[in-house]
Ligand binder design. Structure first.
Ligand code: ATP
Length: 259
């Protein structure tokens, strides 16, 4: 369980979170939605230790994170992985397998264990056959899957994804959805910040942020009605409108648009 309690955070003179409290249960996939600037990325980055709250606490499985203690921060980072929106920010290796190995070397894994992990994560992210490829030659979807693979190889329990499909075409997006489903099926807790309705099909719960406050926290199905009634500023109502007025699913509609 990740808990953030009484969090305060601001950039320069702009307050983003003011006494913010929220928890994320294990193995419940969550979609984090909200208008641009509502604080989604800031929250995810605090949850994995990239950003340090100015006040308040973060707990991982009831252990309070001490941001002044490198071991405590490493404990958080080992358990909570963060995938950047742009995979280019994350890829460092000359080949796919070297890129995955980079994080594992930092964990100090034995060579044999490293090989096993790389093989396992290539399967989970459906990158088998691409291990010797130069990451620069990969498609957008493959690059994003490599960014995911490099984090998942370190076996965090939670995987935070910041707009994982924004840079991708429909084909690339489908590849990512498949990988997210794989991650959920092996018991990882996936939290996805997104504006795209189709990114949120796999999640069970939605948390909607509005100016650093929780506007909605509940089941995805309930969110659709709530967001329509509130005219909440994400793409979700469109999905509802499509179903309501055309009787067709959003997926069919999207396929039609892409053909
Ligand atoms: N490094 C920074 N320095 C100053 N202000 C920042 C910085 N990063 C974010 N902000 C501001 O903080 C606010 C919250 O940003 P954040 O990226 O967390 O929102 P978001 O909900 O993820 O937005 P988006 O959907 O556009 O990614 C925004 O107004 C943003 O401009």
């Amino acid at each position: 369980m990740i808990e953030v309690k009484n969090l305060f955070f601001g950039y320069e003179n702009k307050t983003i979170f003011n006494n913010f409290t929220l928890s994320f249960e294990p193995r419940v996939p969550v979609g984090l939605v909200g208008a641009n600037g509502s604080g989604k990325s800031t929250l995810l980055r605090m949850m994995c230790g990239i950003l340090i709250p100015q006040k308040g606490e973060i707990y991982y499985n009831n252990t309070k994170i001490n941001h002044n203690d490198i071991n405590s921060l490493l404990f958080l980072k080992r358990n909570v992985g963060y995938i950047f929106q742009n995979p280019e920010n994350q890829i460092v290796g000359v080949t796919v397998e070297e890129d995955i190995a980079f994080g594992l070397e930092n964990l100090g894994l034995e060579r044999e264990e490293m090989k096993k992990r790389i093989k396992w994560v290539l399967e989970v992210t459906e990158l088998i056959g691409l291990e010797k490829k130069d990451p620069n030659t990969l498609s957008g979807g493959q690059k994003q899957r490599l960014a995911i693979a490099s984090i998942v190889a370190m076996q965090p329990e939670y995987i935070l994804m910041d707009e994982p499909t924004t840079m991708l075409d429909p084909e690339g997006r489908k590849e990512i959805y498949k990988v997210i489903k794989n991650l959920i099926s092996i018991g990882k807790t996936v939290i996805i910040a997104s504006h795209h309705a189709s990114d949120l099909k796999v999640v069970k719960k939605i948390i909607a942020l509005e100016k650093g406050k929780i506007a909605f926290n509940g089941d995805r199905e309930r969110f659709y009605n709530w967001s329509e009634s509130k005219r909440f500023n994400v793409e979700i109502p469109f999905e509802n409108i499509v179903k309501k007025y055309t009787g067709r699913t959003y997926e069919n509609m999207e396929r039609k648009i892409c053909q």
